[in-house]
Design a protein around this ligand. Structure first.
Ligand SMILES: [Fe+2]
Length: 156
């Protein structure tokens, strides 16, 4: 059914393109965070296992919010691993062995997402899709917070 929420097809297409990219990036970063939650080996294992676990859970909840926002503006949500790998700007490959490698790898992922969100927000400057713009601003703040927490783990 056609939706009437006051946005042009061009506006919803642009938002859906950016939301799909954010969805793919969040999915990849959540999986990578879960990977380290499982595979980290360190004298502070329990703390790191729980820390990575809490970030994984936060990102997993966001995946659903991003996916459903795409539906709210009348578009189809990408939902296969092959689509995510095609859309993402992150690499799923990781050579991280140590706690520091893992934290730095996750930090790089969050920073990539932050920089892309800023570019998306600039490109949406003239759009009337305030719902998506506000959502992106919220995501930006959340990734900045997770980045700060990760950075604090590796700052000497
Ligand atoms: Fe777990």
């Amino acid at each position: 059914m056609k939706s009437f929420i006051g946005l042009t097809p061009e506006e919803t297409s642009l938002s859906a393109k950016y939301l799909s990219k954010l969805l793919a990036n969040t999915y990849l970063l959540a999986l990578k965070t879960q990977n380290y939650h499982w595979n980290v080996k360190d004298p502070s294992f329990i703390m790191l296992h729980e820390f990575f676990g809490s970030h994984y859970e936060e990102l997993s909840e966001v995946i659903d919010e991003v996916a459903e926002r795409i539906q709210m503006i009348g578009h189809k949500t990408p939902a296969t691993f092959s689509q995510f790998l095609e859309l993402t700007s992150l690499s799923e490959e990781t050579a991280a062995q140590t706690r520091v490698d893992m934290v730095e790898d996750l930090l790089k992922g969050h920073e990539t997402i932050i920089i892309e969100l800023r570019e998306m927000l600039q490109a949406l400057d003239k759009s009337n899709d305030e719902g998506t713009i506000d959502f992106f601003i919220g995501r930006l703040r959340a990734h900045e917070k997770m980045s700060w927490m990760l950075r604090s783990h590796v700052t000497k």
